[in-house]
Write a protein that binds this ligand. Sequence first.
Ligand code: PLP
Length: 440
Amino acid sequence: MAQVNDINQGLFDRARTVIPGGVNSPVRAFGSVGGTPRFLVEARGATVVDAEGREYVDLVASWGPAILGHAHPQVVAAVQEAAARGLSFGASTPTETELVEEIVGRLRNAGPSPLEKVRLVSTGTEATMTAIRLARGATGRDLLVKFAGHYHGHSDSLLAAAGSGLATLALPGSAGVPEAVARQTLVVPYNDEAALEAVFAEHGDRIAAVITEAAPANMGVVQPKPGFNAFIVDVAHRHGALVIIDEVLTGFRVGPAGYWGISRVDAVDYQPDIFTFGKVVGGGMPLAALGGRADIMDLLAPLGPVYQAGTLSGNPVAVAAGLATLRLATADVYSRLDAVAATVSTAASQALTDAGVAHVVQRAGNLFSFVFSAEPARDYAAVQAQEAWRYPAFFHSMLDHGVSLPPSVFEAWFVTAAHDDAAVERILEALPHAARAAAG
Ligand code: PLP
């Protein structure tokens, strides 16, 4: 267990008196790994710095956005320039169209793309919540299908059997969600064609949409079986339902056109109806998006009857960060992300093998995590059955050796293009100690 750090502990105690649990998002509280959360004061490149002045090589990357590394000078300059011209207008700007053109163009470059129009919002939760409303408005149906262990943000309909913080806290759902709302969400085991067919056989004419993470990364990483996303689209379309591919986490991180861009090459092409994006698309600022075919997107107000709005939607400072990040995310950046992910995951696996710890590396593009079990995990039940008790010791050993991992076994590890050889070396040096700690 990490040494108690007086300054961080003092800040945590103070925060807890005025902020529930001392945090503004549950997993930050270190609940499942124990110990004192580090209060961060600075982040630059591959490094974060806590209130004690201690530096850590970061494998959280703000839960995904920081693909270029933290505080990339050109992104910061774009933000400063935008901020100097005004923080928020509540009116249309030229740059929001540029950002949407960049997003649409990236998918179009990957192949025939169903992404024709995009609406900007402020969080991934808003994007998925609006996507569901849009699907319901488009189909005139109420039911929603989601997969166990997938996380799509914290709106009422999407908290059933969700990953991320709910997996970390072992919560089946959330208090405060009316039963009538919960009943509108049907939860199906992931990677299970027969279960999906069965739910459509029973409720097909009432299902508005299936929502799926493009590749789940909120129960740790679980790769879709080859062709599984295409299978979802096929079944849903046969029954007149839409498919929402949630790329809030994978979008523009695992490749220039997200997981859709890489998976349609590996497997069968598929044309979902609605995409959601977040994280990278805002370059570390609060910005997210949903998009799809023009006939569906034009159902949104002001053209159509499905209402959606936002005081800060398309905020010019956030748009500047997103646009600068996407423009800087060239092929070289994706090569570096892939290379760092391969080096770190291989070294971690070797260290665990050397320490005699049964594990499997779970990958989807440059996203990866580990399950402490002998077999790969293909669904939420398998992820939950692992020896999760090994992770806190692993996590704290890494932290003690100056590497910050996600404080939950149910999260992906995030690399950045700023992880240079020195940063990678620090991670590699820490891993054997952590693996021995996980051996127990
Ligand atoms: N969808 C996915 C796949 C996510 O990973 C997340 C957040 O981690 C969300 C939606 C919600 O995004 P936000 O936290 O910005 O509301």
